[in-house]
Every structure is written in C-alpha cells, then in structure tokens.
Design a protein around this ligand. Structure first.
Ligand SMILES: NC(=O)c1ccc[n+]([C@@H]2O[C@H](COP(=O)([O-])OP(=O)(O)OC[C@H]3O[C@@H](n4cnc5c(N)ncnc54)[C@H](O)[C@@H]3O)[C@@H](O)[C@H]2O)c1
Length: 322
C-alpha cells in the first residue's frame, strides 16, 4: 500500500512513517522543516527513513504543494491514506506575532490538503488533532462529546482544522478520522517538550524550567501507541469520527521528575517559574470510544516509555550536541 505522511521529518510523522515502511508499505513523506527546533534533529529522523527503498521525501510546504492541482493529483494517485501530522506545534509560542505561522501551517495547509483529497472515494484521511482543543475542564476524564473550549491560540487552530476535516466528510463524503492525541512522548520527542528537556537536564546538568507548581497532570501517551492508533484509524475509523488517544497514565509533573531520577539515576536541575498562559492544569483521556470502535488500547507504561526516551536522549541528542 502507498501512504502519504505529512510532517514526516518531525517526531510523530517520522515514527509513523517508519512503522509503515517496516511493514513493507510505500511512504511519500512531506515536510518543509519549519524552524521551530534544530533541523539536525529532523535530518536525523529522516535518515532513519532514507534507509528504506520505498521511502520518497518531498521537501515542500503543504499549502503550496497542494495548491497545484496537477502536482496534487500526481501525489495522491494510488494512495490509500493520508496521515496528516504536519503542524506548527507548541502552546506557548502560539501567542503574539508568530501566530501567523500557526494559521498557515495548521489551518490553511489542512484546507489545501483536504481540497485535493475530496472526491477520492477510497482514500482515508487521518488528522492529528490534540487534547489542547478541550481547554480547561472540571470534568475527568475528557470525552469527545465535551464542548471544546481551547485556552491557547494553538488549540484554536487545531480545533479549526478538526472542524474543517469533519466538514469534508459531511459535504464531500471524504472518509476522515480525527485523533486527539494526549501529550506524546518517547524517542524523537520535540526538544521543547517537558520529558525531552528534563532528561537532557538530568544528563547534562542544564537547567530545566518547570512552569507552574508541578502539580499539573497530563495523560502521557507513548509514541508507538499513537502510531498504532493511526494505523487502526485508517483501517477502522468511522467517517467523520473523532477519538481521544491517551496513554492511560495521568500523572503530575512532580511525579515525572521523580521518575526521571529513577530512570537515569541522576537529578535534573529544576527551576520553577509561574504557570504560562495557555497551559491547561490537567488533561485526562476517556479512550472508551477508541477502544470500542478502533480496538485501541495503550500498551506502553510510563516507566518503560521514559526509559526508551532516556536512551534516545543519551545516544542521539547528546551526540548531535543540540
Ligand atoms: N507531540 C505531542 O504531544 C502532540 C500532542 C497533540 C497533537 N500533536 C499533533 O501531532 C502532530 C505532530 O506533532 P509533533 O510533536 O511530531 O511535531 P513536530 O514539530 O516534531 O513535527 C511536525 C512537522 O511538520 C512540519 N510542518 C509543519 N507545517 C508544515 C507545512 N505547512 N508544510 C510542510 N511541513 C510542515 C514541521 O517542519 C515538522 O517537521 C502535529 O499535528 C501536532 O499538532 C502532537
């Protein structure tokens, strides 16, 4: 089978592409290397994929690439599913003048891609949505039927794109599925994310800035569980369906710091600052819908997953020196 993975040089896109290639599928990966974090990290991710003959990489911005009809038709020919992972991620950077990148990469690019995909009866479109669409909630676990009320500009763009995705199912019959990922971690995790920074701090002694009291909780999801959810969504997802994908381990940041000490045998250098605007206090996924309709169950425990990420930080990030 032939698949398109957008955001293929990134954390989740490269992990998903690798899983598809390992099972013998063909992957066309697209990425434009937005400069949110060092390109060396993305090049390393891509190098793991370039070892596979059935991998083709296209360096391009999605909105531009798919604005050209002939080019889009050529790319989508024979494709069974598009896994749309590309986005400008990150909650904190989404305030202020940089917001334009969020609208371009998260909303406009998704709309262009959907336009190119519509009318393709056999195509599956899987969209990487986010738990950040929910915002602050008093009710746990979070359910797909809850009213989404994002508290960050990033969350607003992820929700806007999720609505667009659903519209293309309702109006054009495109078979789309949206997966609301809850904080993803594991090897290749973005360097702005807490586990990456904490583990690096433990190994190098550099400062780790913790925003808030540390009592905020997250439902952490290991990257191979996210990959599995994508594969299942393409096979079994209901048209227009929205699914929470969580890891089943909702723990506080203070607890994570203890686990990092346990896994690495070293103490990260933690500096505490006030909570940042846009950060939610707690997240927790109800994955019952994904369990029933996709057959999804998270498999990797936080300790196992954290140990895998620690190996990656030591073997890759410290060697790259980034
Ligand atoms: N990592 C998480 O915890 C998490 C949680 C919820 C949702 N998500 C979503 O999962 C997806 C992947 O996140 P990630 O953590 O792997 O991020 P990432 O930044 O590592 O990867 C995203 C990649 O997309 C590329 N990209 C962005 N806009 C593009 C465009 N317009 N054209 C071409 N390439 C473009 C970037 O260069 C980058 O390599 C995103 O959609 C994100 O919103 C991630």
């Amino acid at each position: 089978m032939r698949y398109i993975v957008t955001g293929v040089a990134g954390f989740i896109g490269s992990s998903l592409a690798q899983a598809l290639l390992e099972r013998g599928d063909e992957v066309v990966g697209i990425d434009c290397f937005i400069p949110y974090y060092p390109r060396e990290i993305k090049e390393w991710n891509l190098n793991q994929l370039k070892a596979f003959q059935k991998f083709e990489f296209i360096e391009a911005e999605i909105g531009e690439l798919f604005s050209n009809r002939v080019q889009a038709d050529r790319l989508l020919e024979g494709v069974s599913a598009v896994f749309h992972q590309a986005a400008q991620a990150g909650v904190r950077a989404s305030w202020g003048s940089y917001f334009e990148t969020y609208t371009t990469c998260n909303i406009l690019a998704t709309q262009r891609l959907l336009e190119s995909c519509k009318g393709r009866e056999y195509l599956r479109f899987v969209y990487a949505s986010s738990s950040s669409v929910y915002g602050e909630t008093q009710k746990f676990p979070m359910q797909e039927s809850d009213l989404p009320q994002p508290v960050s500009p990033y969350g607003v763009t992820k929700l806007a794109a999720e609505h667009l995705v659903r519209l293309y199912t309702h109006n054009y019959g495109l078979h789309t599925v949206s997966l609301r990922y809850f904080t993803v971690y594991g090897p290749r995790q973005r360097p702005d994310m807490a586990f990456h920074r904490l583990l690096k701090s433990a190994f190098t002694g550099e400062q780790f800035t913790l925003f808030g009291s540390g009592e905020q909780t997250r439902d952490f999801t290991y990257v191979s569980d996210i990959v599995e959810a994508n594969l299942r969504a393409a096979e079994r997802g209901r048209p227009g369906g929205v699914y929470n994908i969580g890891g089943g381990s909702r723990i506080s940041m203070n607890h994570v710091i203890e686990l990092v000490e346990k896994v690495t045998g070293r103490q990260p250098r933690v500096v505490r600052l006030d909570r940042e605007k846009g950060d939610v206090t707690h997240t927790g996924a109800d994955v019952a819908r994904a369990a029933t309709e996709l057959g999804f169950t998270p498999r990797v425990s936080i300790e196992e997953g954290l140990a895998e990420e620690a190996k990656y930080i030591e073997r890759v990030i410290l060697k790259l020196g980034v």
